[in-house]
Write a protein that binds this ligand. Structure first.
Ligand code: ADP
Ligand code: MG
Length: 382
């Protein structure tokens, strides 16, 4: 059930971010031919911003005046939304900034957020349907999740993937010109030369044996703003009375889990030591426009949906599973484990054969952990 914010005005002003290089490189043409005419018909005021390089929105997000707009509209794929959110998270006033909802127009090749929003709205996937949601919709809360490793903290809204799923995502980058077909092509390739990924996954289950929410104890011990800065630019200075946590231990604001160099902890945590074929955490229902891989996952349910497949599943069966991922039918296979969780730690083995990705963006291949940040962001949904 989506909560609704009352204070979203009828007469709106949108700030529109356009990535001319996303998808097949047609975002700008699509904006001119399809998106702008709809905005004009609906008499929506807007300012458009065309990105010039990767990282442009991260830079822009650091000091732009979000209060001037009723929503930030992203004409691109998930990558630009990720850049925007992570740019915002470097600001001291990030919590306030995230009140301004994000809206998605799917002109990228990975459009999981738009697909999930339209699915929840009972709308077909596509640019015109997405515009309909942006015109009729309201601001609704959306969970984020933190991910931190020895380099710092990033924030996701979509997924953490390891093994087959992230390898396909990262290794298909070079086939960007194919659009979404790139995932299928590399998916089949990767299954034909199937890899196994040794490692340990720790998690905090979200539900107890009787399916009741277990909750995370909030001790308020680590609530300072994020101060790490991935690219070394200046970021807002933290007030002097806040003692800064050393960078490798800084798991960002609202952190409730043990530091990465401490033991994972309490008896509530569970551990899976395994050879995995794939492991994914999902915060929304779709991993792509034709990947309804986590049916039943909602934007603000406060959970991450853990799914994994272990060594032993045959290539033939993996091909069937890949196909079934499109509709969520893969969950009917015994090979796929599914658990609702609130926090995690992934410690990959030393074999270094694969990739780890947060929202489809590669992060370093090393231990990483994080937790759900319930309803931290907002998005325009029906
Ligand atoms: P897609 O789904 O097609 O991959 P994304 O929105 O994920 O589209 O964008 C892909 C990448 O393009 C992002 O990592 C983003 O940082 C980068 N990017 C944004 N603007 C530009 C630009 N003007 N030129 C090149 N890359 C850009
Ligand atoms: Mg969720």
């Amino acid at each position: 059930e989506l909560q609704e914010k009352e204070d979203f005005p009828e007469q709106r002003k949108y700030f529109i971010l356009i990535n001319p290089k996303s998808g097949k490189g047609k975002s700008l043409e699509l904006f001119n031919s399809t998106i702008e005419p709809i905005l004009k018909d609906a008499m929506i005021k807007y300012e458009a911003f065309i990105t010039e390089y990767s990282g442009h929105v991260m830079k822009l997000a650091k000091d732009f005046d979000h209060k001037k707009y009723d929503a930030i509209i992203i004409c691109s794929g998930d990558g630009l939304a990720y850049e925007y959110i992570n740019g915002i998270m470097k600001r001291a006033d990030w919590e306030d900034c995230l009140q301004t909802p994000i809206g998605m127009v799917p002109t990228g090749s990975g459009n999981a957020l738009s697909a999930s929003i339209n699915y929840a709205a009972d709308e077909n996937f596509g640019i015109v349907n997405a515009m309909y949601v942006l015109l009729k919709g309201k601001s609704h809360p959306m969970d984020l999740f933190s991910c931190h490793n020895s380099k710092g903290t990033v924030y996701g809204f979509l997924s953490l993937t390891w093994g087959l799923l992230s390898d396909v995502d990262i290794e298909s980058e070079k086939y960007r010109f194919l659009g979404p077909l790139r995932f299928l092509l590399v998916g089949v390739q990767r299954i034909l030369s199937l890899r196994h990924y040794h490692g340990t996954f720790y998690y905090l289950p979200a539900l107890d044996d009787e399916n009741r929410d277990v909750g995370i104890e909030q001790d308020g011990s680590n609530t300072q703003p994020v101060i790490d800065d991935v690219d070394g630019d200046s970021s807002p200075t933290a007030p002097e009375d806040i003692e800064l946590v050393p960078k490798p231990l800084d798991c960002g604001p609202k952190c409730t889990i043990p530091a990465l160099n401490e033991e994972c902890g309490t008896e509530n945590w569970k551990k899976i030591e395994n050879e995995f074929i794939l492991l994914g955490l999902q915060s929304i229902s779709h991993l792509g426009s034709d990947m309804h891989s986590a049916p039943g996952v909602h934007f603000s349910d406060g959970y991450l949906d853990l799914q994994y497949v272990s060594r032993g599943t045959t290539k033939k069966r993996m091909l069937d599973l890949l196909d079934a991922f499109e509709t969520g039918k893969h969950l009917e296979y015994d090979d796929v484990e599914q658990i609702k969780i609130k926090a995690f730690r992934l410690v990959p083995g030393d074999d270094r054969t694969g990739h780890i990705a947060v929202d489809g963006e590669e992060v370093d291949y090393e231990p990483i952990q994080g937790e759900v940040l319930p309803s931290l962001a907002n998005a325009i949904m029906l």
